[in-house]
Design a binder for this molecule. Structure first.
Ligand code: SIN
Length: 532
């Protein structure tokens, strides 16, 4: 089966949906998403969206905080562009129907998070992402030019080089092969412009607060198609996810620390002052490493986050979702500290794009967490990601609309997907086993504190699994589990290769073999591009 549209958007979080809304008046839009439309990392975002919205704040301060958190690796021009685009991005969201929390005087309630020198985070209580996703989904569903394909997962991009079975420069994207999961049918989606907004890759690690969909699909597909990827070593570990055997890494928002919560050892001693002058509000990489260190030194399974001093009325009003969720696991955060551990949270690297969100494969854009724009550098400042999603959704839309007239209306003949001699797999246990092995290996060898020896060991393991996947991939009928397994294996390999390349410690990449920051050799991005 074949279908075509002007714009093919893969992913349905804040970046993909805001892009779709910006272009939909000018052409047909297909949004492809591999589960339900709202099963996205955006939907789980608790803290909020950073933007300069108060007279006491300034663009320069937001830029400085982003550069400091990013360990001076962010591209300052990009940081300025995104930060200055913040107020407009907020107004766009409000126009689409997002309702942010307000104070009694009706002004927006601005909260604080780690690394921010001012209160500048707009939020909707502690379910900001859910409110944004709700509003954007409603707007998208109403637009007559937008067709939504839920339960459809992208397999691979279609490029001129792929169709010609040879290297073509510059390579051009023509759409994607998409599996209709329910019908088990591969559809050829032709598109004049293709947008990857597939989110992050937390599922590459054993412990993550990301949703199940975060398998790095966009990064893996773009890499296979020949696009450059950058800075994959910078996986952000959120310092505080709920430690409970049944909680599946539920996030305890940084806004809880922003509003005064204190990290403590089991014996009640606060410890962050030993690690940073900003104490509990230090940048995330520092807090996550401090917790990791405390757990190792004291042989504890977790540390504790204490906000009991703020009183139960305040806590239940400001953090209703976190309060209820903790309570459902038997933890009353108004009376007792919350047990927490770090978990994989945000991929700062990704598909390298220019200031319009365009990759080095023509007509292929990447926005949101799947992209590497230069905003985050070596560590993302909290709540800059939702901001980046809207700003780049808009920029990519502008550039796509400029590109559209020059793209032919008639699509080239695109070969249908070839299932080869595949038969139904009766060995799904192999897929499940390989998933588990990759995630454990990444957690144990490519986590918060790294060494060259462990990275080399991890690379060997992952490459062996990749060989197995390749055999399996061409021998059996394709399933979404197999597609995701292939993608997490690719992303794991890219993370390890970038981590091995960077012979210094900076931001989220800390290695005991090169513990210092080396500005002379390494104040630059790590880049990988597939050689054909
Ligand atoms: C949080 O609420 O702590 C997450 C915010 C973010 O990652 O930007």
């Amino acid at each position: 089966m074949k279908t075509t549209s002007d714009f093919l958007v893969i992913g349905s979080g804040i970046a993909g949906l805001s892009y779709a809304l910006k272009v939909a008046d000018e052409g047909s839009v297909a949004i492809v998403t591999k589960r339900d439309i709202s099963e996205t990392a955006t939907n789980l975002a608790q803290g909020g969206i950073a933007a300069v919205f108060s007279d006491e704040d300034s663009f320069d301060d937001h830029i400085r905080d982003t550069m400091v958190a990013g360990a001076q690796l962010p591209n300052e021009e990009i940081v300025r562009m995104v930060v200055e685009g913040g107020p407009q991005a907020i107004h766009d969201l409000i126009d689409w129907g997002v309702q942010f929390s307000r104070k009694e005087d009706n002004s927006y309630d601005l909260t604080r998070e780690g690394g921010h020198s001012h209160r500048r985070i707009l939020h909707a209580k502690d379910v900001t992402g859910r409110e944004i996703e709700r509003a954007l989904v409603a707007a998208v569903r109403q637009h007559p030019n937008i067709t939504l394909y839920e339960n459809h997962i992208a397999i691979d991009l279609i490029t001129e080089a792929k169709l010609a079975h040879r290297r073509i420069l510059p390579n051009k994207c023509l759409g994607a092969y998409i599996l209709d999961i329910d019908k088990k049918e591969v559809i050829t989606f032709g598109a004049r412009i293709t947008i990857l907004a597939t989110g992050g890759a937390g599922k590459v690690y054993l412990y993550t607060c990301n949703p199940d969909v975060a398998t790095g699909d966009g990064v893996a597909m773009a890499y296979r198609a020949g696009a450059t990827v950058a800075n994959m070593e910078f996986m952000q570990f959120h310092p505080t996810t709920l430690f409970h055997p049944l909680a599946k890494s539920f996030l305890i928002s940084e806004a809880v620390r922003g509003e005064g919560a204190i990290l403590k050892r089991r014996d009640g001693t606060a410890f962050m002052e030993r690690y940073h002058e900003l104490k509990d509000l230090a940048p995330r990489d520092i807090v996550a490493r401090a917790i990791d260190n405390e757990m190792k030194i004291h042989g504890d399974d977790c540390v504790f986050l204490d906000i009991t001093h703020k009183g139960s009325d305040y806590i239940t009003e400001r953090f209703p979702n976190i309060y209820e969720t903790c309570l459902s696991y038997g933890i009353d955060m108004t009376r007792q500290p919350i047990p927490v551990v770090p978990a994989a949270h945000y991929l700062c690297g990704g598909i390298r794009v220019d200031q319009w969100g365009e990759s080095d494969v023509q007509n292929l854009f990447a926005i949101g967490e799947s992209s590497c724009t230069g905003l985050h550098g070596a560590n993302r400042l909290a709540s800059n990601s939702l901001l980046e999603g809207v700003v780049y959704g808009n920029l990519a839309a502008q550039r796509s609309l400029e590109r559209l007239p020059s793209q032919t209306n008639s699509f080239p003949a695109i070969e249908s997907w070839d299932c080869g001699t595949a038969t139904n797999s009766d060995e799904e246990v192999v897929v499940a086993h390989n998933w588990d092995e990759i995630r454990r290996c990444m957690w144990n060898y490519v986590g918060i504190v790294r060494s060259s020896k462990r990275l080399v060991r991890a690379l060997r393991r992952v490459q062996m699994i990749q060989e197995e996947i390749t055999d399996y991939y061409w021998d059996f009928l394709i399933t979404s589990d197999l597609i995701e397994l292939r993608n997490i294996a690719t992303v794991a390999e890219l993370i390890i290769r970038c981590a091995l390349e960077r012979e210094e410690s900076r931001g989220l990449h800390y290695t005991i073999d090169f513990p210092e920051t080396d500005d002379i050799h390494w104040k630059r991005d790590t880049l990988l591009q597939k050689q054909f």
